[in-house]
Design a binder for this molecule. Structure first.
Ligand code: PGA
Length: 258
């Protein structure tokens, strides 16, 4: 990570876990542990919709920020089961995960809808974390860079340079998510550097240098320091390990020291 030019961000992605009392308990445990990250590393918990209000109230006055795990692109209307960006900002939510591979795999999310959600989030003042990454067979057939470049171009279509600086990119190789199989630090660095080079082509070098690019996929207390030591890995999007306060904190501390 290069903290002199861009923000380091460690974000938990809780997925479909935790009731409200459990969410409060976990955040109460995390808060004091990560208090020393203030001004050095941004710490975020992305939680299920039902936990958002509880989470925002629980972290009030601390350096922990709250994110949602998805957002719809329309402002309101007949979209049963969906949540708008205004509904999130009204609660006090600041971040939102968009285009997670589980949304792409199981819920028909496409680059087109990822792009629409990203623009809607930015228009409402939310900071989107856009997830990209290749499937195992795409890596094995040698098209990782083509896949990532395509996702970046489509997902960020029509997003201004000013807005892309407010956007976080999470490189999450799908084969590493929830599998215990982490990309090596070199693989993560190679992909994150490629994403930055792609951003430099789409925008300009200064813009690309300012964007926080996270790695995600089985990042844990044991491997975080090595991954975060890489120049283009500016943080992590953490699934399983974000559900344990001590493990999540170890990752935050690795980022503080990185
Ligand atoms: P994992 O999930 O850390 O459990 O692999 C990462 C993610 O899906 O964001």
């Amino acid at each position: 990570m290069k903290k002199s030019v861009r923000k380091a961000i460690i974000a938990g992605n809780w997925k479909m876990n935790k009731t409200r009392p459990e969410a409060k308990e976990l955040l109460e445990a995390i808060k004091p542990l990560v208090a020393n990250a203030e001004g050095n590393v941004e710490v975020i918990a992305c939680v299920p919709y039902t936990n958002l209000e509880t989470a925002v109230n629980t972290v009030a006055g601390s350096n922990v920020k709250i994110g949602a795990e998805n957002v719809h692109f329309e402002k309101s209307g007949a979209f049963t089961g969906e949540i708008s960006a205004d509904m999130l900002t009204e609660i006090g939510v600041e971040y939102v995960v968009i285009g997670h591979s589980e949304r792409r795999q199981y819920f028909g999310e496409t680059d087109e809808t990822v792009n629409k959600r990203t623009k809607a989030a930015l228009a409402a003042g939310l900071k989107p974390t856009v997830c990209v990454g290749e499937l195992l067979w795409e890596r094995e057939t040698g098209i990782t860079e083509e896949v990532i470049a395509r996702q970046i171009k489509l997902d960020l279509y029509d997003v201004s340079a000013e807005d892309v600086k407010k956007t976080v990119i999470a490189y999450e190789p799908v084969w590493a998510i929830g599998t215990g199989k982490t990309a090596t630090a070199d693989q993560a660095e190679e992909a994150c550097a490629f994403i930055r080079a792609t951003l430099a082509k789409l925008y300009d070098d200064a813009t690309a240098q300012a964007v926080t690019i996270q790695y995600g996929g089985s990042m844990n207390a044991a491997n975080a320091a090595e991954l975060l030591s890489k120049e283009n890995v500016d943080g992590g999007l953490i699934g399983g390990a974000s559900l344990k306060a001590a493990d999540f904190n170890t990752i935050v501390q690795a980022a503080i020291n990185g």
